[in-house]
Design a protein around this ligand. Structure first.
Ligand code: CAA
Length: 257
């Protein structure tokens, strides 16, 4: 299957998805969001894939929702269509997804990166939720996920002023896991993705499910949830293999079962 707004490359158990609308700095129009969901559906269904990397260009991860597509919409239309509901499906993915962000990650582009499991950024990355400058507000979860990622003070300041945050500040604020020189970003992200994909996919999915639970529950319920998931991992072949390999002093051969 080919896509007009994305490039897909498979490297062993890692899928590299590159947003590819350079003429609009990868702005998220309906076609791109639709194709991104199609490719993620396909990768999630493929047992050979253990980790997904989502990236953009050197200039822009994505410069937001497509303003030209949104400009003439009216309330009943956007409300009845439940515009951006399809984008929410990206956050509901179960396999690990890493965002490799170079250049602009603004508005919906920043929100897309926030929907991934963690962000690696190039030193030229710039994050922002500048919707207020367009007379609107973030609409793909930015007010919620940015606030959870970096706290109320910085999130409120960024959304109200619309300012951009550079990579170093994004790392110290906790938005970004690590920063790399621009020419090493993809290589380092793929290295991490291959490391994740070489582990037990079941354990990776369970870890993702438990960490995502943090946003939805109290500490005691979250710990209880984690404990039950921990108990259930003992039903997997990968738990037997991982622990046996440690005891035998050899590398594990996970079967993702
Ligand atoms: N939507 C549609 N087109 C966009 C776009 C967007 N979000 N961002 C950039 N483009 C287009 C520009 O219109 C331009 O196209 P033309 O050549 O046809 O004019 C092309 O991409 C290149 O952009 P610029 O010439 O503006 O490039 P620049 O280097 O001068 O500036 C930029 C880069 C600072 C990122 C600037 O493009 C910009 O400010 N973009 C908009 C950022 C923004 O406001 N994002 C929020 C969108 S709303 C949103 O996302 C809502 C939500 O929460 C879901």
């Amino acid at each position: 299957m080919s896509y007009e707004t994305l490039l897909l490359e498979i490297q062993e158990r890692v899928a590299l998805v590159t947003l590819n609308r350079p003429q609009a700095l990868n702005a998220l129009n309906s076609q791109l969001v639709g194709e991104l969901n199609q490719v993620l559906d396909r990768l999630e269904a493929d047992p050979q894939i253990g980790c997904i990397v989502l990236t953009g260009s050197a200039k822009a991860f994505a410069a937001g929702a497509d303003i030209k597509e949104l400009a003439d919409k009216c309330f009943p239309q956007i409300y009845h269509d439940d515009h951006f509901a399809q984008a929410d499906r990206i956050a509901a993915r179960r396999k690990p997804i890493i965002a490799a962000v170079a250049g602009y990650a603004l508005g919906g582009g920043c929100e897309l990166a926030l929907m991934c499991d963690f962000i690696y950024a190039a030193d030229n990355a710039r994050f922002g939720l500048p919707e207020i400058t367009l007379g609107v507000l973030p609409g793909i979860g930015g007010t919620q996920r940015l606030t959870r990622a970096i706290g109320r003070a910085k999130a409120m300041e960024m959304c109200l002023t619309g300012r951009m945050m550079e990579a170093a500040e994004a790392e110290s604020a906790g938005l970004v896991a690590r920063i790399f020189p621009r020419d090493r970003l993809l290589e380092e992200t793929l290295k991490a993705a291959h490391a994740i994909a070489g582990k037990s996919l079941t354990a990776a999915m369970m870890i993702k499910e438990c960490i995502n639970r943090v946003d939805e529950t109290s500490l005691s319920e979250g710990v209880r949830f984690e404990r039950r998931v921990f108990h259930s991992v003992f039903a997997t072949a990968d738990q037997k293999e991982g622990m046996a390999a440690f005891i035998d002093k050899r590398a594990p051969r996970f079967t993702h079962r």
